[in-house]
Design a protein around this ligand. Structure first.
Ligand SMILES: [Cu+2]
Length: 312
């Protein structure tokens, strides 16, 4: 995704903190490697040079070397302090968001994300302006999740019943991966979103568009929500079966449930499915995979139902 200037070691970097974090990573990696080679090399060299040559080759007493002893105390101490100072500075920078940061509210749920913007817009992928600090305040509806954007080098746990936050400033427009990095159940691996980094103008335009939900007709809003809420990850609209059944031609069709009952997929069936998917489980599909969308507003649920009804 995005422009891939990543390396074998690290993914592409696209935030203000990325290069600093990468340098620290490289420093730790390469000094560790150098020290390892020195130690292992020395070990092999000394073992060979001072190997026992004959049966009466008695070991010699060891002479102390002040210089050697001081250097193996002082050099590692300097290295460790360097890494600590460097790391601590980076940590402070990552923890304290600039006061002028643009704030977005993130809600994690099993298994997806919902982002709310100051003007009332909401989306399932994260949209941010380029070259501007963005602070994401986060909470979870259910279990522990974690927001991870590799290209920005930020990762932060998202907890139920409590806020946590993360901030970054994207330096390049493009699309980047957003992952959940805390194992959270069956669909954890699918809990993926995209970060869209826009120019400020494009961002304003997107934001205004996304906030217009109140004015658009229900089926159109439903279509938008179907994408935003991640329904399309599990449900196709073209007749193909995915993790869940297709939505095509569903309305007013007979549905066989796991309970053995057959019901008609009318408005109330659709509504019930969206709010409480475990109440009626479709035969041939796993129960408990589809998350509940009871948190959606009445209008949003109406919109989804209106949209599904149109999928002939
Ligand atoms: Cu998760």
């Amino acid at each position: 995704m995005g422009n891939s200037n990543g390396t074998v070691w690290l993914p592409e970097g696209a935030s203000t903190v990325a290069s600093e974090i990468d340098w620290l990573f490289y420093f730790v990696t390469w000094t560790s490697l150098a020290i390892m080679l020195l130690v292992v090399g020395g070990l092999i060299y000394l073992a060979y040079t001072y190997r026992r040559r004959s049966a009466d080759d008695a070991p010699q007493p060891i002479k102390e070397s002040k210089l050697l002893e001081i250097s193996w105390v002082v050099i590692p101490t300097i290295l460790v302090l360097l890494v600590f100072t460097w790391g601590f500075q980076g940590y402070l920078k990552l923890t304290v968001a600039p006061p002028n940061a643009y704030e977005i509210q993130a809600t994690a749920f099993s298994w997806g994300w919902s982002f709310d913007y100051p003007n009332g817009a909401s989306s399932n992928n994260l949209h941010v302006p380029v070259d501007r600090p963005v602070k994401v305040n986060m909470s979870s509806e259910d279990v522990l999740h974690s927001l991870f954007i590799p290209a920005f080098r930020v990762k932060q746990d998202v907890l139920p019943d409590r806020y946590s936050s993360v901030w970054f400033e994207a330096t390049r427009e493009g699309e980047y991966h957003l992952f959940c990095s805390e194992y959270c159940g069956t669909q954890h691996a699918e809990m993926i979103a995209t970060v869209h980094v826009h120019s400020q103008t494009d961002f304003n335009e997107w934001l205004a568009d996304a906030a217009m939900d109140e004015d658009i007709p229900l089926p159109e809003l439903g279509e938008r929500l179907f994408g935003q809420q991640g329904c399309q990850q599990c449900h196709s609209i073209d007749g193909t079966s995915g993790i869940g059944p297709t939505m095509q031609g569903l309305y007013m069709n007979d549905r066989l449930l796991q309970s053995g009952e057959t019901v008609t997929a009318d408005e109330n069936y659709l509504r019930q499915m969206i709010i409480e998917p475990t109440a009626q489980v479709v035969e041939g599909y796993p129960a408990g995979v589809m998350p509940s969308y009871a948190r959606l507003s009445e209008r949003e649920i109406n919109a989804l139902v209106a949209y599904i009804k149109e999928l002939e």
